[in-house]
Design a protein around this ligand. Structure first.
Ligand SMILES: Cc1cc2nc3c(=O)[nH]c(=O)nc-3n(C[C@H](O)[C@H](O)[C@H](O)COP(=O)(O)OP(=O)(O)OC[C@H]3O[C@@H](n4cnc5c(N)ncnc54)[C@H](O)[C@@H]3O)c2cc1C
Length: 392
């Protein structure tokens, strides 16, 4: 059995980010762990290609790979009022998973041992863990490691509220100018609304003629492809007034939005990272930026010789506030489209972005909270607090 310092299981956003941190970025710090990266062979376990959007202050590590970025974001309320705001000091960025994977793999190729194998078991131990997998030829593979970081998707643990952010998007090409490439549309809340939760359109314009146009819902269950297609036709036709355009490709997905507690340590030597390790911000589904913080912390802990327990990359109070919002949406106590319309109408966009992923302060968050429907949100907060107290 080959032995490594670190075995990374799963080669998605989290596995590749950690591998890159350990093999390329933190190398200068003197620590040079030996690394195995085990990803599933092409097939059903491999997620389809996707685009990741996130925002950060100024320049970032992945800027050279970006497919596009914007310094203005637009929100269209349920009342059809349009708000176009600068994002500074942040920039909203779009990265294609294929570009990210190609770069990480080429930069780490000489320093990382890659395996294409389906991991079936990770056996914990006091000094080392063992990753047991089956390769493409059906042969068993065993890898020993001091530390194992597992990013395979896991069943959702029990939670009070379990919504899904589910969506389908079309990459469209129009014969003439149809989009404003200066601003992405973060939420267009004019779409027909579900009984509970919220739905909205989302537009990432790549040029005047090309864009990714998505239909998204925050509800309990995903809908079928035909229903997404109908919603996209309605959104692009009735609401955007796009008549003739070509659908170049489509992207579909579902991201759990839950108040479940996701442990990141599952053994003496085994940890969870990425979406499986709580990197998803429950109220938004954004995960990529959280993964960057989480994997940076793991690499820093390893470089210092500490036990590298991955932190959940969101503040506790933000998780508590998200739990209240998810519950309020799920119970139908707040009208989702009205909630988000008000949130963006009554607050500066940058304050909301900072709250959703940034260094926001409690006083600022209280001001934002005061712009939400106070009675249903307070009732829901009281319900969440009571349930938490009962659970203890
Ligand atoms: C379509 C889509 C679009 C998204 N867009 C955004 C966005 O714009 N911004 C954002 O912040 N977040 C976004 N997300 C959420 C989140 O960023 C992604 O889900 C992200 O890919 C999560 O990364 P991960 O590494 O945790 O999991 P994954 O990327 O799902 O990686 C899991 C890895 O585990 C591997 N694997 C699975 N089973 C096995 C096995 N048995 N053995 C070995 N390997 C295995 C898979 O091959 C895969 O490489 C999106 C999600 C989806 C589905």
């Amino acid at each position: 059995m080959r032995q490594f310092d670190v075995a990374v299981v799963g080669g998605g956003a989290a596995g590749l980010s950690l591998t890159h941190r350990l093999a390329v970025v933190n190398r200068a710090g003197g620590s040079r762990p030996s690394i195995a990266l085990v990803d599933a062979p092409p097939g059903p376990l491999r997620p389809p290609e996707r685009t990741w959007c996130y925002w950060e202050r100024g320049a970032g590590r992945w800027d050279p790979l970006l497919a596009a970025s914007w310094d203005r974001l637009r929100v269209v309320g349920a009342d059809a009022a349009e708000r176009d705001s600068p994002t500074a000091p942040f920039r909203y960025k779009m990265l294609r998973s294929a570009d990210f994977e190609a770069r990480v793999r080429s930069e780490t190729a000489r320093r990382v041992t890659g395996y294409r194998a389906r991991v079936e078991e990770i056996a914990d131990g006091p000094q080392r863990a063992v990753v047991r997998a089956v390769d493409e030829d059906g042969e068993p593979v065993e890898i020993g490691a001091r530390w194992v970081f597992d990013s395979r998707p896991r069943p959702r643990p029990p939670s009070r509220t379990a919504l899904l952010q589910h969506f389908r998007g079309w990459f469209v090409r129009a014969p003439r100018a149809a989009f404003d490439p200066r601003a992405a549309v973060l939420m267009d809340l004019r779409t027909p609304q579900p009984a509970r939760g919220v739905s909205f359109g989302y537009i990432l314009p790549l040029s005047e003629r090309e864009a990714l146009v998505e239909y998204t819902e925050f509800t309990r269950e995903a809908i079928g492809e035909a229903a997404y297609e109908a919603a996209l036709r309605d959104y692009t036709g009735r609401l955007l007034g796009l008549a003739d355009f070509e659908v170049v490709s489509a992207e579909q997905g579902a991201i759990p939005m839950t108040d479940a507690r996701l442990p990141t340590r599952v053994g003496r030597r085994v940890f969870l990272i990425g979406a499986a390790g709580g990197a998803t911000r429950p109220s938004t589904g954004y995960t990529f930026a959280g993964i960057q913080r989480q994997t940076a912390a793991v690499a820093a802990a390893l470089a210092r010789g500490r036990t590298p327990v991955p932190p959940v990359p969101h503040r506790r109070r933000h998780l508590a506030m998200d739990a209240v919002l998810l519950r309020a949406l799920d119970t139908g106590r707040v009208d989702g489209a009205g909630f988000f319309t008000r949130l963006f109408a009554r607050n500066r966009l940058t304050d909301v972005l900072e709250f959703l992923d940034g260094p926001s302060t409690l006083p600022r968050e209280l001001v934002i909270g005061a712009t939400t429907p106070l009675l249903p949100m307070s009732l829901t907060a009281a319900e969440c607090a009571l349930r938490t107290a009962r659970r203890r």
